[in-house]
Design a protein around this ligand. Structure first.
Ligand code: SF4
Length: 503
């Protein structure tokens, strides 16, 4: 999911009507390139462009996104930019109620630039998609976006993006079911790769069921088309019990694995996650079904995987929910689909070991307790991690406090816990300790708010205990080290011998 970009309604309406085989193009929807920052070393800086300026045209051409912009700007040695700038003027006699006594107007001007062929403007934009995000045209019964209380969650969580440009730029998964004739032509020209594709199943009727569609272009044809363009793919399956698992899963693995020219680099399998807002009759995996899936994939690998190296990756949830040991590093190779929750736990466990090995044992002046909040799914692995930290930091008690989410109902993953969940579950806990540690993955980056918009500081006030955020072994060690030196100096001050060694 992406933050902040606005969905282009016109584009969305058209995407719903798209026929992949139609030769007629959709109407070209363009938008201005909104500058967010101008680095001092850039050509944009030399030209005195500013954050907030909008570039409307290059050489009389409008653009849809960063790709168009880059093409028009860089593929020429003479560029004429049409720029719109907001001007704020002091009003000599501000009208009653006028904000700050300022009047806003816009000026448009042209900048003519003689430059080297291929030279970039070098500024950054608010979003790379100037014409808005392309929404999906599917109706998947497992869609997370439907599984939420719309009036209580952020707008960005409600965006059904399915935009091949975001797949290339940010690794978002796309289905390719909303591609217009013009999108296809662009993919053929730009050849963006790798792309991240939600396959779910290769049998057309099973895939259509998964996508909530009557028909769609067969995914195997789409993948062959991408292979013909030399565009590599990372594929994903959201696995739903009774829908695309069992023999359908095996067919999908085999189909993708044996595809000519091997365009599929990896296949991630993620179990369906449902919340209490789900109304479409799906269910989560039972323990025995999850174990069967692990065994089935392992059996397939024992027969085939040695031919081409690691191909199928089960997400961490399969191992965590069955309390199986998470696989060793070699299972994940270069961690190709880490963002999809594949290998996060192993990476974290190994990183804790490596980072702790780099530091000398430390000691808190007196007992120091931290309540470490997490979802219940990872409790088994976290106890191990806590022991590793406690062995390095004398007097530390790091207690994993693993809670389910009331807000979402059945959800047990850490990243989805809300401020209200945490408060409700731990407010009556007897000994929260000196600190409550919040994994940063629960917070919106740069804002420190939970999914329900509660700020981390508000949680500190409500719990009457300081809440701090950290993510990853390094940040946790930094946090503990700074708390440890503080506690040590406080302890030393209180210790009369430390204050006067002669005593
Ligand atoms: S493709 Fe399916 S899961 Fe993704 S946003 Fe669209 S409906 Fe939801």
């Amino acid at each position: 999911m992406v933050e902040a970009s606005i969905v282009n309604k016109k584009e969305l309406k058209q995407s719903r009507q798209r026929d992949p085989n139609a030769e007629k193009d959709i109407k070209f929807v363009s938008g201005p390139a909104y500058i967010s920052s101008v680095p001092p070393w850039s050509l944009a800086h030399e030209l005195e462009l500013k954050a907030g300026d909008k570039i409307l045209e290059i050489n009389g051409k409008k653009f849809r996104d960063f790709f168009d912009f880059q093409y028009h700007f860089e593929q020429s040695d003479l560029a004429v930019l049409l720029v719109q700038r907001e001007i704020k003027q002091d009003l000599a006699h501000p009208r009653e109620g006028a904000k700050d006594g300022l009047q806003t107007s816009f000026e448009e001007f042209e900048i003519e630039i003689e430059k080297d062929f291929g030279e970039a403007l070098g500024c950054e934009f608010v979003t790379p998609l100037f014409n808005g995000v392309q929404e999906c045209a599917n109706d998947c019964p497992f869609c997370f976006i439907e599984n939420q209380p719309f009036d209580e969650t952020r707008k960005s969580l409600q965006l059904r993006d399915d935009d091949f440009r975001l797949s290339y730029l940010h690794g978002s998964y796309v289905t390719l079911t909303n591609l217009s004739f013009s999108d296809r032509k662009r993919i053929e020209t730009l050849r963006p790769g790798p792309l991240y594709i939600s396959v779910h199943a290769t049998e057309p009727e099973v895939r259509n069921l998964m996508l909530g569609r009557k028909k769609s272009s067969p995914i195997m044809d789409e993948l062959k088309w991408l292979a013909s363009l030399d565009i590599p793919v990372h594929a994903q399956i959201v696995l739903c019990p009774g829908m695309n698992d069992g023999k359908h899963l095996l067919n999908t693995i085999n189909d993708l694995y044996t595809l000519k020219d091997s365009p599929v680099l990896s296949l991630a399998i993620v179990p369906v996650g449902l919340t209490k807002y789900h109304r479409r009759g799906l269910r989560r995996f039972e323990l025995d079904e999850a174990l069967d899936t692990i065994s089935m994939v392992e059996a397939w690998e024992n027969v085939d995987a040695k031919k081409r190296g690691k191909f199928v990756f089960l997400s961490d949830e399969f191992f965590l929910m069955t309390h199986a040991e998470v696989p060793e590093k070699k299972y994940y190779g270069d961690y190709p689909v880490l963002e999809d929750g594949v290998g996060m736990t192993r990476l974290f466990l190994d990183d804790v070991e490596t980072q702790l090995a780099k530091i000398k044992p430390k000691s808190f002046g007196e007992k120091f307790k931290i309540s470490w909040i997490n979802g219940t799914i990872s409790q088994h692995a976290l106890r191990k991690v806590a022991k590793m930290f406690e062995a390095k930091f004398h007097n530390l008690e790091l207690e994993p406090v693993c809670i389910d989410s009331e807000f979402w109902g059945t959800t047990n993953v850490t990243g989805l816990l809300t401020g209200k969940d945490i408060f409700a579950k731990i407010k009556d806990k007897q000994d929260l300790g000196d600190l409550v540690l919040i994994p940063s993955v629960m917070l919106k980056e740069g804002f420190d708010i939970f999914l329900d918009d509660m700020h981390i500081d508000e949680l500190s006030v409500k719990l009457k205990t300081k809440c701090v955020k950290a993510w990853g072994a390094k940040e946790m060690i930094e946090l503990l080290t700074s708390e440890q030196s503080f506690s040590q100096s406080r302890h030393n001050k209180q210790d009369p011998k430390a204050m006067n060694p002669v005593l």
